[in-house]
Ligand binder design. Structure first.
Ligand code: NAD
Ligand code: UDX
Length: 480
């Protein structure tokens, strides 16, 4: 029986290995992590992450050919194929702080593999890493090899949170990069054989190591660039009376452009886009390509601008002050169908509103109270100017209440801000919400999910990103 060990039981390691175990009953899969609480949760009824369809899949294989363990060294030593799926966040200190990827976790995993291995291994980069990381890993492993043959493969993961299971079941492509040597090609074929259990062969792409590593950064940069492009257009739509949904539809009908990923929003979030673009920017700078670096940096600058622009709209529309006013925040996760709040635009929007002395009542169906409190009280690392901003004072965070009922959140509020596109926000009883709010009652839709016309008929003053402005809002342009 082939044995796979995955180091890192997070949003990627957990779902990816659960699907491999389900699709390959003849392979034993062990997911290991240094976090005892995470592994305990994977072995319990309450999985550590919320992902539609995941629980069912885990239950089908757990205890048969899928295991979760904190015994990292034993399982690494016994494995034939080791996936490394540890976190690779942006560095917060030292050389490249605010841009470069922090490979501390990666390197410690690689050194541990070198320490405990007694048989040949295929080591698979599953984490998103800077191009050329495989070379560093090869060095660490070969200098400590004790005669063991290591083959390094790059197999970046393209799943998106909220749709991880369907993305893994039916991927657009699986990418495997390896050395162009006979041993490298053999390792590629071995990994290809795992995916071939359920992925059609023509969707498994093989490349050299550096192309695979760079393709992952490039794909995320291209995706984020589309969102910043449509968000930049949304500002122009508001200034001219065009409707960003109509513009996106018309533009996306061009088959060369395509219709996906053109939804204007309060800004993109998630653990990947910003981190990976910053990483790309850093790599460009290190390679003497400042113009290319600046091009990609702009994608993040527009994203920051979009979040700021949203808050400015809220404050300026509400007579230039939100001080003491209750504002209901609907949605805190960075997108629907996940409880993940990493880099969610809600953090920036809420912090700005709190700085303007608003009182917030936050509702999200999947994010815990603890998580929201942690997110709002933590320092924010400023990517462009590597300094730590002042953390929120405990008094400010006290102006936040977190509730489990959306109608409760909106009761007596002056305004509602929709920050995550949860489906349930489309079908709320907005008449009931309106009746229990302060007047004038405002809705600021950062995801373009409400029916603007209907809400205006009820009596709301509505702002929806990139849509023709309500006359009330038009009279009060956003301030810088
Ligand atoms: P995560 O933080 O959810 O999980 C990483 C896990 O690795 C943590 O549980 C941590 O405890 C564990 N870990 C760290 N060092 C370890 C060590 N030395 N030994 C054992 N365990 C260790 O991160 P994630 O979201 O799963 O992302 C992992 C990687 O995949 C990142 O490089 C990320 O960029 C990439 N990625 C993420 C997504 C996504 O949607 N989240 C998608 C594609 C790629
Ligand atoms: C992303 C990539 O899509 C995935 O391929 C990669 O493996 C990891 O990073 P993820 O961050 O999980 O996945 O979610 P994604 O669906 O890409 O959304 C990212 C952010 O962009 C979210 O905040 C989402 O709301 C926002 N978004 C997405 C928009 O604002 N508009 C869109 O049209 C699409």
């Amino acid at each position: 029986m082939v044995k796979i060990c995955c180091i890192g039981a997070g949003y990627v390691g957990g779902p990816t290995m659960a699907v491999i175990a389900l699709k390959c009953p003849s392979i034993q899969v062990v997911v290991v992590d240094i976090s005892v609480s995470r592994i305990t949760a994977w072995n319990s009824e309450q999985l550590p992450i919320y992902e539609p369809g995941l629980e069912d899949i885990v239950k089908q294989s757990r205890g048969k050919n899928l295991f979760f363990s904190t015994d990292v060294e034993k399982n690494v030593a016994e494995a034939d194929i080791i996936f490394v799926s540890v976190n690779t966040p942006t560095k917060t200190q030292g050389l490249g702080a605010g841009r470069a990827a922090d490979l501390t976790y990666w390197e410690s995993a690689a050194r541990m593999i070198a320490d405990v291995s007694t048989s040949n291994k295929i080591v698979v980069e599953k984490s998103t890493v800077p191009v050329k990381t495989a070379e560093a890993i090869e060095k660490i492993l070969s200098f400590n090899s004790k005669g063991i043959n290591y083959q390094i493969l790059s197999n970046p993961e393209f799943l998106a949170e909220g749709t991880a299971i369907q993305d893994l079941f039916n991927p657009d492509r699986v990418l495997i990069g390896g050395r162009e040597t006979p041993d490298g090609q053999k390792a590629i074929q071995t990994l290809k054989g795992v995916y071939a259990h359920w992925v059609p062969e023509d969707r498994i792409i093989t490349t050299n190591l550096w192309s695979a590593e760079l393709s992952k950064l490039a794909a995320n940069a291209f995706l984020a660039q589309r969102i910043s492009s449509v968000n930049a257009m949304s500002a122009l739509c508001e200034a001219t009376g065009a409707d960003v949904s109509q513009v996106s539809h018309a533009v996306g009908k061009d088959t060369r452009i395509g219709s996906k990923f053109l939804n204007a929003s309060v800004g993109f979030g998630g653990s990947c886009f910003q981190k990976d673009i910053l990483n790309l920017v850093y790599i460009c700078e290190c390679n003497g390509l400042p113009e290319v670096a600046n091009y990609w940096k702009q994608v993040i600058k527009v994203n920051d601008y979009q979040k700021k622009r949203f808050v400015n709209r809220v404050v300026s529309s509400m007579f230039n002050t939100v001080s003491g006013k209750k504002i209901a925040i609907l949605g805190f996760a960075f997108k629907k169908d996940t409880g993940d709040t990493r880099e969610t635009p809600a953090i920036d929007v809420c912090k700005e509103l709190l700085r303007d002395r608003a009182r917030l009542s936050i509702y999200d169906p999947q994010v815990t109270v603890d998580q929201i409190q942690r997110d709002l009280s933590m320092d924010k690392f400023d990517w462009d100017h590597p300094v730590h901003l002042q953390p929120m004072s405990p008094g400010t965070v006290k102006k936040v209440s977190i509730v489990w009922d959306v109608y409760e959140a909106a009761r007596d509020a002056h305004a509602i801000c929709i920050l995550t596109e949860w489906d349930e926000f489309k079908t709320l009883d907005y008449q009931r919400i309106f009746d229990n709010m302060q007047k004038p009652a405002f809705v600021f839709d950062g995801r373009n999910i409400v029916n603007v016309k209907k809400l205006r008929e009820i009596g709301f003053i509505v702002y929806s990103i990139g849509k023709p402005l309500d006359p009330w809002i038009k009279d009060m342009p956003a301030v810088a």
